[in-house]
Design a binder for this molecule. Structure first.
Ligand code: APR
Ligand code: PHB
Length: 405
């Protein structure tokens, strides 16, 4: 087989990359080692930044999102024994958020790839990348019991944190930055009406989060120790613990019901640099992981893929490698902004098992500062909203000219 861009991984990053490349007239093949049903069954975060929403709309993936998603304006912070406050992103920046599950985005991406008869090979096993720093990279794998080879000009490494792409970058080139947090999140989905806002709670019993997918689907999380076993958490126990972490009037408004999904996720921050080696480009979780606090993971995958598709499209259209050469630095600027924000929110809102009385006081005064200070709220709103996608020098210059005229 032969293509212009071989894409490893058929999650949100890989499929969106293939979609955007198609729209730019660039051919790709996606190799995914799981089945389509397994990929669609993953339940993950579901809060889209305005930039993500705009991009999905502009590339024709916004129709179902606009019908089924739920717009909201910011986030509420509840803080045990103190008054709750709202970070109003819409008021400060005119930007909104869309609650729309990654599961639905994955389905929409599959539907769009069916519509254009995209080459997506599921259950492609033992994928291995070759000659990524040469002129003619290729990928070998097994599919339906047969050994296969895919020749290509570029490789998009979109195969998540445990994939092969990042591992194909030599150890003396790759720099890794990591932080592991001493707790996890126990999350449930339930077919009950959510609270009106996304509410983050800082409580002596631990962090809690109330989120939503649509008017009849709620997503809740609580901070749990790392050795927590799912089987020890009945729905009843979960609801009781969740409510104990919210102020009374909010707890009373939480509508409980049977969970339709329940899982535990550890929290980690991780960044690999650079995001490019030769003709291999990393995007999404393959290059970075954020703790879920702030829901930045999917949004970062989308901005990486936007930058990468634009760079490859520009290369094929003009022959210029300028954007390709700038990809890693440009993507990393936005990555680190969100990595820092999710680390900050994780520190602000969780109870750390090893925190000292000093740490605890500093956290309380940080919350107090935020609650009472509009400029601090504006600064957080800016970070929570996500940085705008960077324009290229060419586009910026054209705009400036227009403004001058
Ligand atoms: N070969 C082929 N495919 C692989 C391999 C491999 N060796 N390893 C992993 N994959 C596939 C996975 O099965 C998965 O479908 O790559 C895909 C990666 O998808 P994600 O893990 O969802 O990562 P990404 O597409 O970057 O999306 C980022 O996922 O974790 C969330 O918060 C994150 O929402 C963000 C999104
Ligand atoms: C979610 O809805 O899953 C969600 C929302 C906000 C977060 C993290 C996760 O910060």
């Amino acid at each position: 087989m032969k293509t212009q861009v071989a894409i490893i991984g058929g999650g949100p990053a890989g499929l969106l990359l293939s979609h955007l490349l198609y729209q730019a007239g660039v051919d790709s093949v996606v190799l995914e080692h799981r089945s389509r049903a397994q990929v669609e069954a993953r339940i993950r975060a579901g809060v889209l930044e305005q930039g993500t929403v705009d991009l999905l709309r502009s590339c024709g993936l916004g129709e179902r999102m606009d019908k089924e998603g739920h717009l909201h304006d910011g986030m509420k912070i509840a803080w045990a024994g103190q008054e709750s406050f709202f970070i109003d992103v819409r008021k400060h920046l005119g930007k909104r958020f869309m609650a729309y599950g990654q599961t639905q985005i994955q389905e929409d991406l599959h539907a769009a790839s069916d519509a254009r008869s995209a080459r997506i090979l599921h259950e492609a096993m033992n994928i291995s990348l070759h000659d990524v720093d040469g002129q003619a990279p290729f990928v070998t794998f097994e599919h339906k019991g047969r050994a296969q080879r895919l020749d290509c000009e570029f490789i998009g490494g979109c195969d998540g944190f445990h994939g092969v792409s990042r591992k194909s970058i030599p150890a003396d080139v790759l720099r890794e930055f990591e932080k592991v947090y001493p707790f996890g999140w126990l999350g449930i989905l339930s077919e009950t009406p959510p609270l009106d806002d996304i509410v983050y709670a800082n409580h002596p019993r631990g962090f809690a989060l109330a989120s939503m997918r649509n008017p009849m689907l709620s997503r809740y999380y609580i901070q749990v120790p790392l050795d927590t076993r799912l089987e020890d958490w009945s729905d009843e126990r979960f609801w009781e613990e969740l409510k104990a972490r919210y102020p009374k009037e909010m707890a009373e408004r939480i509508v409980t019901g049977p969970s339709i999904e329940k899982s535990i996720a550890p929290l980690r921050s991780y960044v690999a640099e650079p995001m490019r080696h030769g003709r291999l480009f990393l995007a999404g979780d393959a290059a970075h992981i954020v703790p879920p606090t702030g829901a930045k993971g999917l949004n970062l995958a989308v901005s990486d893929v936007f930058y990468l598709s634009r760079a490859l499209a520009s290369f094929y259209a003009t022959g210029s490698a300028e954007l390709i050469d700038g990809y890693s630095d440009m993507a990393l600027r936005r990555v680190w902004a969100s990595v820092r924000t999710s680390w900050y929110l994780t520190n602000l809102l969780h109870r750390f098992p090893d925190s000292s009385a000093f740490d605890q006081r500093a956290q309380e005064y940080e919350l107090e500062y935020l609650r009472g200070n509009p400029s601090a709220q504006l600064a957080l709103a800016e970070q929570y909203a996500g940085l705008p996608f960077e324009e290229t020098a060419g586009v910026a210059a054209t705009k400036e000219k227009g403004e001058e005229a």
